[in-house]
Design a protein around this ligand. Structure first.
Ligand SMILES: *Cc1c(COP(=O)(O)O)cnc(C)c1O
Length: 385
């Protein structure tokens, strides 16, 4: 029989898998970015995809206290979430909203991107209201927007549809601004030139939102002629990550999210034994093994199996075996006294070491964006002001 008094339970206060989001770091990133490209630049905070996994309402709320007045999301449901979370100001939907949801665009006072003339017509056919809208201009990405190689036609469309919509802007998206090669630089300059041409043709309309810069655009092309370069749609750098691995960020801009998990069990594994699914790891010597309570269903990439590592007590613990759906195992042989209830850092800082989403993305053949967007809903978000 176990006496209750004998029980010590170090795990009882520890969560399973959680992300700590430092809202003050996001505010700092915003201010440092603005400072580096010109404090007169207005920022549209891009908080789509749940603010790149950081929590859209919390992030937008924090930035609103710093004076941010405009937010961008990818779809109408994200926009509604912001409104229900108490976010006022401009909310721009950057992507497709089914025309059948025109009533929501109206009801929540959202600004909808017009993808094409055909899309604009479809919206008009679904509502009597003059919806708030911005035209996308395609200056070379070939994704959405009016054909920016034909600036006169773009300008005509913008004027024509101004009767049916409350048009408050036009924008384009730079798709190679993070690249440093001469070809990418030349391409980006061409995109900006095309956009500037359209902007000039409609300058008399005095639309308040004429914008083309994303995070990388602001960093590398922030010194633009006034009419196109004074607004930036800031996404990834807000979160302290880089548009591309090779980029350098202004000093002090740092990741705002740490991802942690519990050590749930520690044990010895003998030389010759294997670990996990497919027996994909063979212990060549006796090791000490920790089981962690995060897996690929939490968004932790299975591609890190036998490749990635976590941090425990400021030291590296290599992952051994395959990442499971809800758990994974790490070799803690070189870390003294690891025990149930310890915290393992999956992303973030521990002692002198850190693991960044940018590094993790590069390691698994993707980008930091996909790493943070992939942290699933079941990972609890914890906010620090
Ligand atoms: C996602 C997105 C952004 C933000 O890009 P970052 O590289 O994260 O700054 C800006 N504009 C559009 C149209 C987007 O879709």
């Amino acid at each position: 029989m176990i006496e209750r008094a004998e029980i010590s339970a170090p795990l009882s206060g520890v969560k399973r898998s959680w992300a700590e989001i430092d809202l003050s770091q996001i505010k700092r990133n915003y201010l440092l970015y603005k400072n580096s490209i010109g404090n007169d630049v207005e920022i549209i905070a891009v908080v789509k995809a749940n603010a790149y996994g950081h929590g859209d309402v919390a992030v937008a709320g924090a930035l609103a206290t710093e004076g941010v007045k405009a937010f961008a999301v990818s779809n109408i449901d994200e926009a509604i979430r912001l409104r229900r979370g108490g976010i006022s100001g401009e909310v721009i939907v950057l992507g497709y909203t089914p025309p059948s949801r025109a009533v929501d665009i109206w009801r929540y006072g959202v600004t909808q991107t017009l993808i094409s003339r055909e899309y604009a017509d479809a919206l008009i056919s679904c509502t009597e209201r003059r919806l708030k809208a911005q035209f996308a201009i395609d200056t070379g990405m070939n994704r959405i927007g009016l054909d920016g190689r034909l600036p006169m036609e773009c300008a005509d469309a913008v004027r024509k549809y101004a009767d049916c919509f409350q048009l408050n802007g036009v924008f384009t998206h730079l798709c190679a601004a993070d690249g440093a090669s001469p070809a990418e630089r030349e391409f980006t300059r061409l995109q900006i030139k095309r956009f500037a041409h359209v902007a000039e043709l409609i300058a008399d309309m005095r639309l308040p939102y004429v914008h083309c810069l994303n995070s990388a655009g602001g960093l590398y092309y922030g010194q633009l002629p006034c009419h196109v370069g004074r607004i930036a749609r800031l996404g990834i750098v807000l979160y302290g990550l880089k548009p591309s691995f090779e980029n350098q960020l202004p000093r002090g801009i740092l990741p705002a999210l740490s991802w942690k998990t519990a050590v749930t069990m520690v044990k010895n594994v003998r030389a010759g034994e294997t670990v996990g699914y497919g027996c994909a790891y063979l212990a060549e010597k006796d090791i000490r093994l920790a089981t962690l309570s995060t897996g690929y269903a939490d968004g932790y990439s299975r591609a890190l199996s036998n490749v990635g590592h976590v941090l425990i007590n400021g030291k590296k613990a290599p992952l051994v075996g395959r990442v499971c759906m809800d758990q994974m195992m790490a070799d803690v042989s070189d870390i003294p006294n690891v025990k149930m209830g310890d915290v393992a850092t999956l992303l973030g800082v521990s002692g002198d070491l850190s693991i960044t989403a940018d590094w993790m993305g590069k390691t698994v053949g993707t980008i930091g964006y996909e790493i943070v967007c992939g942290i699933s809903e079941r990972v609890e978000r914890v906010y620090k002001n």
